[in-house]
Design a binder for this molecule. Structure first.
Ligand code: LLP
Length: 415
């Protein structure tokens, strides 16, 4: 069930009227539902019952420490891509030994800190990176747990910017070279080969690409076993899509069921790295209409949120549902919903049929993933506040940025 519902024509976040939250915390504000986050995580957990598994929430989707803490308490592991994300996980009470470290460009500092705290596994993306991890581990007198991120060359059929498993992408190790590189990794004394990893893209709405990738990884697993290289785990990455508009993506249960069927008779533990599936529909962005502007060609609703708060529409032409917080019974009009930033690309939605007046509140749905996490200070705009609703309680989990903080780390030249 959705965490955001209309009751008597007014939008609620769980049991709290959204209007009350906007009055208390101002706009724009991200509002999350704890219940939705918990339910989505548990749907992965329940579907994996009876297997050895680790569900590593992809921190990049929404990295607020309150959300990481909720997930850590449910037993989640974490998929990270920077030392910054690692420090967040630790600050939120996450366990280092449940962390997988992904990303094509891990720095010396990233690797050193990860070895120091003892992450579960590095998902390695190149031979250079293997060598770097080996040399740092050797200096520290440690063994680094690794898996190779394989690029299986399957078409995830998603937006090109978020498709990662094609051979022209920068990600992973070409499946054709994988055996040779595993053999090389096996010769490095301070590496411990744990598994095979892949992540083919994000917002996938069918199972076929996942299952194609899985089949290819299983063929590779068998070849490695024949060569005496034991694979303990299979990490299938993230990527399961959600409904923004009218998509009907499979749910975790269907996905995991299909994966489990293919693994019968094998002694492999399973890792997943879901991000969007856990948090996208757990969040809305609430914004206020500053001005309505009718031109000969179009009507614009100029709101107080902008591409710096939510960049998905501008960056991927992503369609996100936008609805008034209070529903009215009047004649709707077509609007482009735009922000105050000086760029034509600063829009949140185009050609939406809405009933709105100046001063009204709008909710942008499915904004819990890659919303706040991708926000910036462009145009010297302070970033939004974030709150979590838990039943009838509202908790502020990130203050709205102050204007002074915008230039607090800058320095004038000496006079
Ligand atoms: N694992 C790895 C290695 C990843 O690169 C990603 C996402 C995930 C897991 C989580 O994928 P998810 O379950 O969330 O699909 N900013 C874009 C999405 C970029 C995804 C990047 N990698 C968007 O707003 O659509």
């Amino acid at each position: 069930m959705s965490a955001f519902t209309y009751q008597a024509n007014q939008l609620y976040a769980e049991n709290v009227p959204v209007i009350a939250i906007a009055d208390q915390f101002g706009t724009p504000t991200y509002i999350y539902s704890k219940k939705h986050i918990v339910e989505q995580f548990k749907s992965y957990q329940d579907s994996l019952q009876g297997t050895t598994n680790l569900i590593c929430y992809a921190v990049k989707a929404n990295s607020n420490i309150a959300i990481l803490n909720i997930l850590a308490e449910l037993g989640a592991g974490f998929d990270i891509v920077s030392r910054g994300e690692l420090e967040r996980v630790l600050a939120a009470g996450g366990k280092a030994n449940k962390v997988v470290f992904s990303g094509v460009g891990k720095s010396f500092d990233d690797i050193t800190r990860a070895l120091e705290v003892g992450v579960y596994c590095f998902n390695v993306e190149s031979v250079n990176e293997l060598d770097r991890i080996q040399s740092i581990a050797e200096k520290m007198g440690k063994k680094a747990p690794i898996s190779l991120r394989i690029n299986p060359d399957v078409d995830a059929k998603t937006h090109p910017y978020i498709s990662t498993g094609l051979k022209e992408n920068k990600f992973g190790i070409d499946i054709a070279q994988a055996e040779r590189i595993y053999e090389y990794a096996a010769t490095l004394q301070n590496l411990d080969i744990k598994g095979i990893d892949c992540h083919i893209g994000s917002q996938l709405t069918t199972l076929d690409p996942f299952l194609d990738a899985l089949d290819r990884l299983l063929v590779l697993t068998d070849k490695l076993t024949q060569k005496g290289i034991t694979i303990e785990h299979l990490d299938l990455g993230g990527g399961l899509g959600v409904c923004y508009n009218d998509e009907k993506p499979p749910v975790a249960q269907e996905y995991i069921q299909a994966v489990r069927e293919r693994l019968v008779g094998r002694d492999l533990s399973l890792l997943f790295e879901p991000g969007r599936y856990i948090v996208a529909n757990a969040g809305i962005l609430v914004t206020r209409v500053e001005y309505l502007k009718d031109t000969v060609h179009k009507n614009f609703a100029i709101v107080d949120a902008a591409m710096n708060d939510l960049i998905r529409p501008a960056l991927y032409e992503a369609w996100m549902n936008i609805q008034p917080v209070i529903q009215k019974q009047e004649q709707p009009k077509q609007y482009d919903i735009v922000g105050p930033i000086c760029e034509t690309g600063d829009f949140l939605g185009k050609d939406r049929s809405l009933i709105i007046n100046k001063g009204d509140l709008l909710a942008i749905f499915s904004a819990g993933a890659y919303g706040f996490a991708m926000s910036s200070n462009y145009n010297s705009r302070a970033r939004a506040a974030e709150v979590i609703v838990d039943g009838n309680k509202v908790h502020l989990i990130r203050d709205r940025e102050t204007l002074a903080s915008l230039y607090a780390n800058e320095h004038l030249l000496p006079h």
